[in-house]
Design a protein around this ligand. Structure first.
Ligand code: TYM
Length: 340
């Protein structure tokens, strides 16, 4: 190589994950999965099915097993390509749990107590406020820091977890120098916070008891249409972004994220039209966006051997990368390796 030739730049590393704790929602898709797919070309991506995180709330074993398969298949169905991205299952790479323990010892009780997700989930499950729910952010920090990720594509609800990840990384870098890359969140301009269709002041969530409040990625077209037609709006009957119009703001956001249009373009398109027409158009756009995903999913879910082979291979690649960081951390902290 001549002196003038610049060295090839290392692609930026991406890490992100999703819990297999129920049916994935339109929120998961627009806030995260859609961007994961788009980032595959430009970045060095690792994506995980986060089964260890999911047991912070009780899972019924047979259902849980099925949800893990479903999530593995859905990640492929949305367009993640195992030739381009590393696809892994969290519990298949034991370094996640090992680094999490180490990070637990560098994370303060006070900072974990301030996590809104901990407060929300403890309120929702007062009978099961377990230690894993409390230390969840340290495990998530381990997921990200193990791979020295530069960027973490997530929905807006995960921002606080990214902040604590950075705090932990900085704290440990100050003590031991050069341990971890400081990761940045990537929160998409559209779709970062998809709200409930029944109470648009709350996040769309698969744990919502009202099935009309959320759209599952595998919902049938007629169910998707029904949910959008019943979506809560306001009495102004004007398709525009505004205060006190959370329902319409949410629908404009969804339509924009699915079609790639800006809020202004959506407003112009529906100028003079009523909410009925608008809701139908949003429903149809979502049906069309999800159709190929559902079709691909139907094909993949019956081939468990293929799913296992993709995720086994990805997890082996991930484990090799993770081992480097874990042994560096152990060495810098003063652990003795059995090899020397
Ligand atoms: P999880 O499984 O709750 O959600 C997966 C991704 O979907 C996004 N998301 C949403 N985006 C927009 N609108 C919504 N209504 C909506 N609901 C969910 C989430 O922001 C997330 O990006 N703790 C994580 C999983 C995790 C992780 C990680 C993520 C574990 N380790 C390491 C990144 C890096 C979680 O519970 O996501």
């Amino acid at each position: 190589m001549s002196e003038q030739t610049p060295a090839p730049q290392r692609k930026k590393r991406i890490y992100s994950g999703i819990q297999p704790s129920g049916m994935l929602t339109l929120g998961n898709y627009l806030g995260a999965l859609k961007n994961w797919k788009n980032m595959q070309e430009e970045y060095d991506c690792i994506y995980g099915v986060m089964d260890l995180h999911a047991i912070t709330v009780r899972q019924e074993p047979a259902k849980f097993r099925q949800q893990i398969y479903t999530t593995c298949a859905l990640l492929l169905a949305v367009g993640l390509d195992p030739q381009k991205s590393v696809l892994m299952v969290q519990s298949w790479v034991p370094a996640h749990a090992e680094l999490a323990w180490i990070l637990d010892c560098y994370t303060q009780f006070g900072e974990l107590s301030r996590m809104t997700q901990f407060k929300d989930k403890s309120q929702k499950h007062p009978e099961n406020i377990n230690a894993g729910l409390f230390t969840y952010p340290a495990l998530m920090a381990a997921d990200i820091l193990l791979y020295q990720a530069d960027l973490v594509p997530v929905g807006a609800d995960q921002k606080q977890h990214l902040e604590i990840t950075r705090d932990i990384a900085l704290r440990m870098n100050n003590l031991y120098s050069g341990l971890f890359t400081l990761p940045e969140p990537y929160i998409p301009p559209a779709g970062a916070r998809v709200m409930s269709l029944q109470d648009p002041t709350r996040k769309m969530s698969k744990s919502d008891e009202n099935p009309n409040a959320w759209v599952a990625l595998l919902d049938k077209p007629e169910d998707i249409m029904r949910k959008f037609k019943r979506a809560v709006t306001d009495s102004e009957a004007k398709v525009c972004v505004g205060e006190g119009k959370e329902g319409i703001n949410n629908l404009i956001g969804i339509y924009g994220a699915v079609t790639g249009k800006t809020a202004g373009q959506v407003e112009a398109e529906f100028e003079g039209k009523g909410y009925g027409d608008f809701k139908t158009a949003v429903g149809e756009a979502v049906v069309e966006a999800l159709r190929p995903i559902r079709e691909e999913y139907d094909r993949l879910i019956n081939d468990k051997g293929y799913l296992l082979s993709v995720y086994r291979e990805g997890s082996e690649r991930a484990a090799r990368l993770a081992a480097r960081t874990l042994s560096k951390v152990q060495r810098k902290l003063g652990f003795v390796s059995p090899e020397k």
